[in-house]
Write a protein that binds this ligand. Sequence first.
Ligand code: SAH
Length: 240
Amino acid sequence: MSSIYRIITAFLLFFIFMIGDHPSAKADEYDAQRSAMVAEQLMRRGITNAQVLRAMGTVPRHRFVPKRFEALAYGDHPLPIGYDQTISQPYIVALMTDLLDIRPGRRVLEIGTGSGYQAAILAEMGAEVYSIEIIPELGQGAQKILASLGYQKAKVKIGDGYLGWPEAAPFDAIIVTCSPHKIPEPLKNQLAEGGRLVIPVGDRFTQNLVRLTKKEGRIIEEKVVDVLFVPMVDEKGKKY
Ligand code: SAH
């Protein structure tokens, strides 16, 4: 082949690569966006926990949002996931995870599976995850994506998380990603000695992120920051 043909072929291949919806090019782009998210949204705001940063830098967040929002998955904001629910802002996911003191093998209960993203972060850190979602379609969708990414050990149950998961209790950590007026008693009771419960409590528009730690049977409460989560509701849709 003469060199002119070789040059033309090279150009053609280059243009086909550029115009095509090249999946690996897209994957590389999301990898870059994910690294930027970790550096600019998490590290810059003071998240230093290496395991949290590694998990947030690994889990493909774009796979947990509806297709039409995929390109916005790594932005510094929450996103709609359907059924009037949202996936939390990356920083809030990192902050709550950091507050839980996750280690491999720790048993963690999540209330509000939603997209499954928070459950994936916990599973990526080696936790044994039990997650409860009240909207069946969301819970089933989350279970599917978790399994397809290899986090099949994360268990998802459809039901009212107010009551916790007594059969699997006690838990080393409990994370609640929907907001009740008061901290549910069943969740406090399902906390192991030394365990931590992180929960947004308050009214519709004024909520505190609170951390409870169980120490020698007593509960220590700390307020962390103001937040805004969707309400925790019962099976009739009434807010707790
Ligand atoms: N952690 C999720 C964010 C979910 S938004 C994520 O990573 O995507 C909060 C979720 O809590 C919603 O999906 C909502 O349906 C669910 N929820 C509200 N009340 C609940 C209850 N009583 N029990 C279980 N889930 C509940």
